[in-house]
Every structure is written in structure tokens, then in C-alpha cells.
Design a protein around this ligand. Structure first.
Ligand code: UAG
Ligand code: ATP
Ligand code: API
Ligand code: MG
Length: 508
């Protein structure tokens, strides 16, 4: 392993060469007997502070930097000292698990919105092509039919490589995975080379982590360079996608562009798009006169774009276009994405994961044409995340919906009312400049949903946005069980039998 990492120093009283490592983790709380514990500098603490805990839990050795070396040595375990731990996590983990990704067809998806959706659609296409598949992303990790709950969109490198090793062991041949900008900035995917990577779009998010939009873009753009990916698939309806495509063209790197807006210069274009409440049917036109009848069971024009990303990525990975399209068409839904809740109510009720200004605008624009009455949205903004997007989210909601109910969405360590006020300020601004929307603030999410249900009438659309598949509401560091789909269903059922709703609300 030392050869994999330059400038490595091994210290300690043991014969390090003879130490057997059975696993690898960066979290002392997850150490199992025989693990190598990576003690790294974090934003809040240095992992070496937990070296003793790792040793107690049975760590076999510690990987750290100069700052952590002394504390690590105090455990008496062999210590491997490298200049910086994060950059070597990927290569070391890949080495310890015997380079699992080298034996897997890896397909990566990045972009602000659509990663989870496109990954599920790719998974459908891979299955149609006969692959035993792996899936890694926000909602879950799947090894064939076995699902493991995800805690991250893209796991830290030791966990990621361990998952890939489990997949290989299980006979998986191809993996669809989300690659977040955090992952690219931190090098979580180092040690993996993607056969194909797809770019969906880029709009404001995560500016708590990235210095600015340009920094966020450059993190995403890394994936479309030869060290990361062999073949790139890029949405040129998006201005940042056009920049990536231009770079690929300039560097003569293999790539395909796609456009749901039928941009003539795109390698792949959508034609004859027929949108419907249940999804869309379209024709995919590609190089060499390729014409493929395609469809996607997820409603909204943006899901035509997502379906194109998936089909084009699959074809780039060697799947026949018809098979790829059939596999994508077979995906019945993605948990918490445009998920319809039907409890017999006379209006459309949907749970969706829109939690960026662009996603909220896109979502509401997609729901308007299928709504005869009012569009009503229940939405909040996460705490300890990009503060700049909150007024933008409030404004997007006010511009797209007739009625907006602002409510809590994981306030985390922040004051919930301060977060709501930031979103409300954006909504007020939008209304002052022409948006015709009624906005109210109901901090308690279950109450907000009940109030929205009580207001809904025949032909309306009610969308509960921002939490999608999430199963918890994090308030002051405590995660309370909360499932939008279940709460919405119960509220609808109750309204159908009892009618009425709570009277408590706060004026905007
Ligand atoms: C901003 C970010 O990504 N932060 C990550 C970062 O945290 P940090 O630098 O603050 O770490 P720290 O708390 O100072 O700890 C330093 C080290 O001590 C270790 N430690 C800490 C405590 C302890 O008891 N024992 C222990 O070993 C930690 O594991 C870490 O290795 O390193 C930690 C260890 O790997 C991560 O858990 C943590 O992710 C946090 C939980 C997080 O919320 N990340 C989110 C924002 C994230 O990564 N999101 C993206 C994108 C989401 C999307 O758009 O889909 C994702 O890919 O999920
Ligand atoms: N192509 C798209 N363009 C704009 N908005 C989209 C697009 N695809 C999905 N969305 C919106 O974004 C939400 C999140 O979609 P999805 O979960 O697929 O994205 P993601 O990139 O995985 O998000 P995250 O970064 O949180 O994991 C959806 O619920 C929908 O409202
Ligand atoms: N991957 C995103 C999900 C946000 C979902 C939303 N419910 C929130 O809590 O802000 C994040 O961690 O920023
Ligand atoms: Mg995701």
C-alpha cells in the first residue's frame, strides 16, 4: 500500500509490513476489529482526537498526517503518516479492496438536479440489457435486489470502495451512481474511472460549501476530464453544459451532447414530445440516423431531459438504443420524485424532492399545464445549508404557485423562524414584482400539509416539496420521524372522512 501513496512514513513498534488490515474507515465510531482507521483533519475536528477510541474498537493501524501523528502514536498501533489524508483515501481504499471498480462498468451522473432520477433510469436500462446492477445515491444503495439505506449522495471513499467490493462479490456487472460536487471537491471517487459520466444541469445550490457558482461548476467539471471519465454525455440545454461540451470539443475528448429542446447542434435530440400527467412519449434522434421511440413514466418536460441523459449514457456504455429506451421506459417511478399520492381525492397530490430554486420553478411549471384549478405548494428550506438560495426558493414558489405554504424542512441547528423569514422575504419580493400568489407561514410541517389539504379542491394540484423520500425532520440536532408521503396520505384520508383543518397560521 505504501507504494500507492508517495511520501509515506510508517512508524510504531509493530512490524507494519506484517499487520493484516481487514477493512478501512475514516470514522472512529464505525471501526471494526482489524480496520485501518484514517484519522484526518476535518472542518470541525481532527480525526486523531478519536485515535484512542479507534484503538479500543480494535483498529489494526492508523493512517494520518503529521498533525495527527503524535496522538495516533500514543495508541501504540502502527501509524502510517502521509502529507494529507483526504487525497489518499480513494487510492488506499481502492488498493485495500483490490480495485473493485476496474472490474465494473461504472456510469456516473452529476449536476445540481436530476442525479437520482437519471441514476434510477440508467439502472432500468442496465437491467434491460441483462446486467446484474449496482446503484449508489441519495435514496439508497442497491446491490442487485438488496437495498441499503444511504446517508450520503456519494459515500466517503472507504465506504464507496467497500460497497463496490460487495457489489463485485455479488456478481454485479455495472453500476449507476450519483457523483455529488462534495464528492468531486473532496476526491471521494478517486480510484474510480467512469466508463461514462453524464452532466444534467447546474444552478444555485451548496454555496455554503463552494465559494461561488464558478467554484461549484469547476468541481462538477472535473468529472468530464480524462483522469475521471472515458466518455462524457452532456446536456447542452444548460449553459454550464455548453461550457463543458466546448472544453471536451477543444480537448478532442470523446463525448455526446443531448438536447430536449431540439438544439440542432446536439448529437442527440428529442422530437415529437407528447407530455401527459403520467409521463411523456418522445422520439430520440441520434447520430447515424438513429431514431428511437422513447418514453418516461415520470411527468414533466424535465424528465424527458433526464430520460435522454439516461438513454444516451446507456448507449455510450454499449447498450443497444432500443434496449436502453425500453429499460428507461420500464422504470415505474423514483421514490419521492413526482410521486403521486392517490387516496381517492378529486385533485392531484404529489410529493417531490425539489429543494433548489431551479427545481421548484421547473416543478411548478411542469404541474401548471396538468392543473385546471389552483397550484398549491408546501415548501421549506434546509438549515445549515446555502442561505443564499432561501429567498430564491421563496420567490420561485410564489412565481409558480397560486398558494404557497412555507414550512420547516430540516432546520437542523438554525432558528426555524429565521429560515422561514428568509424564504418569505423572497416570496414577498416576487409578489411585489408581479407574482400573483397567496403566501402563508406554518412552521409545523404536518400542520402545513393538513392546511394545504383542507384548501384543495376539484382540479387543483397540491405538491409537498423538498423532502421527497426523506424519513426524518431534523430540528435542533434531533431527527424526528417524518415521511411527507405518509403524512400527506393520512391528511387527505382524514379530510375525506372528517373535513376541516387546524386554524393556526402566521401571517406573512
Ligand atoms: C461538508 C461535508 O461534506 N462534510 C463532511 C466532512 O465533515 P468535516 O470536515 O466537518 O468532518 P469533522 O466532523 O471535522 O470530522 C473530522 C474527521 O473525524 C472523524 N470523526 C468525527 C467524530 C467522531 O466521533 N469520530 C470520528 O472519527 C470524521 O469521520 C472525520 O473523518 O467529513 C465528514 C467525514 O467524512 C463527513 O461526514 C461530512 O459530511 C457531512 C455529514 C455532510 O453533511 N455532508 C453533505 C453536505 C454532503 O456530503 N453532501 C453531498 C451532496 C448532497 C447532494 O446534493 O445530493 C453528498 O454527497 O452527500
Ligand atoms: N433535469 C432537471 N431539471 C430541473 N429540475 C429537476 C431535474 N430533474 C429533477 N429535477 C427536480 O429536482 C428534484 C431532485 O431530483 P433528483 O433527486 O433526481 O436530483 P439530485 O440531483 O439527485 O438531487 P440531490 O443533489 O439532492 O441528490 C426533483 O424532485 C425535481 O423537482
Ligand atoms: N442533498 C441535499 C438534500 C437537501 C434536502 C432538503 N430536505 C434539505 O434538508 O435541505 C443536501 O443535503 O443539501
Ligand atoms: Mg440525489
Amino acid at each position: 500500500m505504501a507504494e500507492a501513496v508517495p511520501d509515506t512514513v510508517i512508524t510504531g513498534t509493530h512490524d507494519a509490513a506484517a499487520v493484516l488490515i481487514s477493512g478501512f474507515t475514516h470514522d472512529s465510531r464505525a471501526v471494526q476489529h482489524g480496520d485501518l482507521y484514517a484519522a484526518m483533519a476535518g472542518a470541525t475536528v481532527h480525526g486523531a482526537v478519536f485515535a484512542a477510541q479507534a484503538a479500543e474498537r480494535g483498529a489494526a493501524a492508523i493512517l494520518t498526517d503529521r498533525e495527527g501523528a503524535e496522538r495516533a502514536a500514543e495508541t501504540g498501533l502502527p501509524v502510517i503518516v502521509v502529507p494529507s489524508v483526504r487525497p489518499v483515501l480513494g487510492p488506499v481504499a481502492a488498493c485495500l479492496y483490490d480495485q473493485p471498480s476496474a472490474h465494473l462498468k461504472m456510469l456516473g451522473v452529476t449536476g445540481t438536479n436530476g442525479k437520482t432520477t437519471v441514476s434510477y433510469l440508467i439502472d432500468g436500462g442496465l437491467r434491460a440489457a441483462g446486467y446484474h446492477t449496482g446503484l449508489i445515491g441519495t435514496v439508497e444503495t442497491r446491490i442487485g435486489e438488496r437495498a441499503i439505506k444511504s446517508s450520503r449522495t456519494t459515500p466517503e471513499a472507504p465506504d464507496l470502495q467497500a460497497l463496490l467490493a460487495m457489489m463485485l462479490e455479488d456478481g454485479v456487472g455495472a453500476v449507476a451512481m450519483e457523483v455529488s460536487s462534495h464528492a468531486l471537491a473532496y476526491g471521494r471517487t478517486a480510484g474510480i474511472r467512469y466508463a461514462v459520466a453524464a452532466f444534467t444541469n447546474l444552478t444555485q445550490d451548496h454555496l455554503d460549501f463552494h465559494a461561488d457558482l464558478e467554484d461549484y461548476f469547476e468541481a462538477k467539471a472535473k468529472l468530464f476530464t480524462p483522469g475521471y471519465t472515458e466518455f462524457s454525455v452532456v446536456n447542452i440545454d444548460d449553459p454550464y453544459g455548453r461550457r463543458i461540451a466546448q472544453r471536451l470539443t477543444d480537448a478532442d475528448q470523446p463525448h455526446w451532447t443531448y438536447s430536449a429542446a431540439a438544439e440542432p447542434s446536439a448529437h442527440w435530440r428529442a422530437a415529437h414530445v407528447e407530455p401527459a400527467a403520467e409521463g411523456s412519449v418522445f422520439t430520440l434522434i441520434g447520430p447515424d440516423d438513429c431514431r428511437v421511440p422513447a418514453s418516461v413514466q415520470l411527468p414533466g418536460g424535465f424528465n424527458v431531459s433526464n430520460a435522454m441523459a439516461a438513454i444516451v449514457a446507456l448507449v455510450a456504455a454499449g447498450v443497444e438504443p432500443q434496449t436502453a429506451a425500453a429499460g428507461v421506459a420500464s422504470v415505474a417511478g423514483v421514490p419521492g420524485r413526482m410521486q403521486r399520492i392517490d387516496a381517492g381525492q378529486p385533485y392531484l397530490a404529489v410529493v417531490d424532492f425539489a429543494h433548489t430554486p431551479d427545481a421548484i420553478g421547473t416543478l411548478l411549471a411542469a404541474l401548471r399545464p396538468v392543473t385546471r384549478g389552483q397550484v398549491r405548494v408546501v415548501i421549506g428550506c434546509g438549515g445549515d445549508r446555502d442561505r443564499g438560495k432561501r429567498p430564491m426558493m421563496g420567490a420561485a414558489a410564489a412565481r409558480g404557485a397560486d398558494e404557497v405554504i412555507l414550512t420547516n424542512d430540516n432546520p437542523r441547528s438554525e432558528d426555524p423562524l429565521a429560515i422561514l423569514e428568509a424564504a418569505a422575504a423572497g416570496a414577498r419580493e416576487a409578489i411585489a414584482t408581479g407574482a400573483a400568489s397567496a403566501v402563508q407561514v406554518i412552521p409545523d410541517r404536518a400542520e402545513a400539509i393538513a392546511r394545504a389539504v383542507a384548501a384543495s379542491r376539484l382540479g387543483d394540484t397540491l405538491v409537498v416539496a423538498g423532502k421527497g423520500h426523506e424519513q426524518g425532520q431534523e430540528i435542533a440536532g434531533v431527527v424526528h420521524p417524518f415521511d411527507d408521503a405518509a403524512v400527506l396520505r393520512t391528511a387527505i384520508e382524514r379530510s375525506l372522512t372528517e373535513g376541516g383543518a387546524s386554524e393556526r397560521s402566521m401571517p406573512l
